[in-house]
Each structure stands twice: as C-alpha cells, then as structure tokens.
Design a binder for this molecule. Structure first.
Ligand SMILES: Cc1cc2nc3c(=O)[nH]c(=O)nc-3n(C[C@H](O)[C@H](O)[C@H](O)COP(=O)(O)OP(=O)(O)OC[C@H]3O[C@@H](n4cnc5c(N)ncnc54)[C@H](O)[C@@H]3O)c2cc1C
Length: 308
C-alpha cells in the first residue's frame, strides 16, 4: 500500500517530490508510489527511490491525469498525495482533492506527519508570516519547484507498472502543442544574479548592470516594475512572490527597494548584496552586505574591481 503518492508532469520536479516523499516515508513507514507519463521518467523515478511507479498511458494532456490519479490514490489508499506546484500541477491537485474529498494544502515548504495529521508550513501575506497547519488524512499537497533537492539515482529498483488512463473529458482533444519560447535563461536556476530595480533611470542604463553581470558571470534579474510596467526585461526575469523564486549563490541588487513581495523570492539566495541610495530601504534588512550609494557610481566601480 503506498502511503505516499507523488506526481508532476515535469520529471525534474517529480524527482524533488521523491526527496519530499522519502522524508515522509521515514516516519509513515509506508511505501512511496510515483506516477509518471513516460517510460524514461518512470525509470528515473524508480532509480531515485520510488518503491513503485505507475506509468500512466493513453492521456495526451496532463490536466486529464487528475481523474486517473484520484482513482489510483483511492484504490491504493494513499494518505498523502504530493503534486508539483506548476500551473498544471495546481489545477490537477485541486481536481484530485475534490475527487477524494480531501484537504488541499498549497505551496507547502515543509511537510511531516505527526499525530496522524499532515503538518505543513507555508508562507502567508507575501512572505511576512509562516502558517503552520495540520490537515487530516488523506491530504493533497502542492510543492513549489526547488523547495526540495532532486533525488538522485541511487540504484533504486522500484517496480514499474502501466495503467491505461480512464476518465478525462471526451470533449477535449489536443490538436497542437506550442511550447512557450523563453527569452534567455531560467533565472530560477542561475548561480549568480544581478537584479535591477526602478532605481535605474532609463532602459539604456541596463548596460551598467549587464557589464557587472558579465564580470560576475551572472544573469540579469529584475523587480516586477521593470518587467511588467516598464517592459525593459522579459517577465520571466522578475523575481518575487508573483515572479521567480531564486536559489542563487549570489544575488546583487541595484536600486531595488526590497518590498516584501520581492524579498519573498530571494530568501533562499545564499549571499545577498544590495546597493541603494536610501539607507532605510528594506532591502538592507534582508541583505548580508549593503552599500548605501548611487548605483551609477557603485556598479562601475565593482565591475572595474572584478575585471582587475
Ligand atoms: C500582489 C503584489 C505582488 C507583487 N509581486 C511582486 C514580485 O513578485 N516581484 C517584485 O519585484 N515586486 C512585486 N510587487 C511589487 C512590489 O510591491 C514593489 O512595488 C516592487 O518590488 C518595487 O520595485 P523596485 O524595488 O524596483 O522599485 P522601488 O520600490 O521604486 O525602489 C527603487 C529603489 O531604487 C532606489 N534608487 C533610486 N535611485 C537610485 C540610484 N541612483 N542608485 C541606487 N538606488 C537608487 C530607491 O532608493 C529605491 O529604494 C508586487 C506587488 C503586489 C501588490
């Protein structure tokens, strides 16, 4: 009986869920079952430590997996269902919870079983507070990408079985796939980031940040205003509660005030450096190192020093 069922249509995230699931398994003493959408994914999940992998076939759009996943969870008496918190995953999680009449916890940061309940923590109020919640079992949980480290192949020999998906909506037919074309890299995975905020006076001044980023081998990130209001950078580069969460080794900001919605996205960065003219800017409370100064003076100085 799998006490824990995991699913993400993105296998990199599914491997992170394996790590989360193995943590639960240690206390629940039940097996870990994963749902995969391809043979390669199934093999990777089994090798990473899933005790059992169910390869779902005959379903050509991930949203249609909700019904078969709910049926599988009910049949296998799964107590905890972990789903990757992508846009699709959140949609599926809500449908699975509805089918199972189970509680749904979104964006959990930590999960454990205690007193026969699922204990979770998650951020609230734009990252200002942490909610600690207990949910009766069975419970469905979404976990944001990169909350847990990926489980690595460790010689696991989980059993792989196939399951033909039933249910779904017969009115829905996939006629064409159009992947989103991203401009540039995934900053959520970048090791170093130079982040620009509205302290920058005009778009042409982005070169200042680009020079610094080049000297640091960093990617350029930004605040929401730079991407959504000014359209100086693509939206996938903005960091924060409604943008990307980063896990960089170094985050260096230029003219970013550090409002809570932005800081929520940088709290996992290892070293935070901030440059801002306003010594009272909240970014300095989040920073490991702060420089109170004009970015137009400070950024070229750092770039020159790095080039030496
Ligand atoms: C529901 C909601 C969700 C949001 N989600 C996000 C999100 O995900 N990400 C996000 O970033 N924002 C988000 N925001 C917006 C957020 O509240 C802030 O408005 C935004 O982060 C501020 O961006 P900023 O720091 O670039 O600009 P500002 O707050 O205007 O700060 C500019 C800073 O530049 C400094 N400065 C000015 N000139 C110079 C100079 N020459 N040299 C050095 N410093 C200088 C100023 O002192 C100031 O501190 C959200 C808001 C809401 C309501």
């Amino acid at each position: 009986m799998p006490g824990i069922l995991i699913f993400s249509e993105n296998n990199a995230i599914a491997l992170e869920l394996v790590t989360a699931g193995l943590g639960l398994k240690a206390t629940m003493n039940h097996s870990l079952c994963a749902v995969a959408l391809s043979e390669a994914d199934a093999t990777a999940l089994a090798a990473a430590g899933a005790d059992k992998v169910v390869l779902l076939t005959g379903q050509d759009w991930p949203e249609g997996c909700a019904q078969p996943i709910a049926e599988l969870a009910a049949r296998e008496l799964a107590a905890v269902i972990l789903i990757g918190g992508t846009a699709r995953g959140k949609d599926i999680a809500a449908k699975v919870a509805n089918e199972l009449d189970a509680g749904l916890v979104t964006e959990a940061q930590t999960i454990e079983i205690a007193e026969d309940k699922l204990q979770t923590t998650r951020l609230k109020y734009g990252g200002l507070a942490v909610a600690c919640e207990a949910t009766v079992l069975p419970a469905v949980v979404t976990i944001a990408p990169r909350t847990f480290d990926k489980a690595v192949a460790g010689g696991g020999q989980g059993q792989i079985t196939s399951l033909a998906a039933t249910g779904g909506d017969p009115r829905v037919k996939v006629s064409e796939l159009c992947p989103i074309e991203r401009q540039g890299v995934d900053i959520a995975a970048a090791a170093r980031i130079v982040c620009v905020g509205r302290g920058l006076a005009k778009k042409e001044d982005l070169t200042l940040a680009e020079d610094l980023a080049k000297a640091l081998s960093a990617e350029i990130g930004c605040t929401r205003g730079i991407a959504e209001d000014y359209h100086w950078l693509p939206v996938e580069r903005y960091i924060g509660i409604s943008g990307q969460n980063i896990k960089a080794e170094l985050y260096l900001s230029l003219g970013v005030s550090g409002q809570v919605q932005h800081v929520a996205g940088i709290r996992d960065a290892k070293v935070i450096v901030a440059v801002d003219t306003n010594e009272k800017a909240p970014i300095f409370a989040a920073a490991d190192y702060g420089i109170v100064g004009d970015l137009y003076e400070v950024a070229p100085l750092i770039t020159a020093a790095l080039k030496k």
